[in-house]
Design a protein around this ligand. Structure first.
Ligand SMILES: [Zn+2]
Ligand SMILES: [Zn+2]
Length: 105
């Protein structure tokens, strides 16, 4: 038995076909497993989380995480907007809109 190798060139159509019928939490985890974590990230304290599956993807405290290509949810700064323009469906598929205004905030 060989371990199934994750395809890095999976298309959006293949990705959508894989997640059909799954619940939304599972869909997000499957998408991240297929194409990697989204560059849309959320941050709490010094920890960084994938904006799609909410897995912890790094922490800036240890200096191992740069985040220079990321779009931080709710950040709405020039760098984030610039980075947002570079995202692909691999980042945005099933991920939240990072610039959505919080209702009532
Ligand atoms: Zn993820
Ligand atoms: Zn920003």
């Amino acid at each position: 038995m060989s371990v199934e190798v994750i395809k890095v060139d999976v298309t959006l159509e293949e990705c959508q076909a894989r997640v059909v019928g799954l619940d939304s939490e599972t869909q997000k985890a499957v998408v991240c497993a297929l194409v990697g974590h989204s560059r849309i990230k959320s941050t709490a304290m010094w920890y960084w989380y994938c904006g799609r599956c909410e897995a912890q993807v790094g922490d800036s405290l240890a200096g191992i995480y740069e985040g220079t290509e990321d779009v931080v949810i709710g950040h709405d700064c020039k760098t984030c907007w610039n980075n947002y323009g570079k995202l692909t469906w691999r980042d945005t598929f099933l991920a939240p809109n990072p610039f959505a205004r919080q209702e009532g905030a």
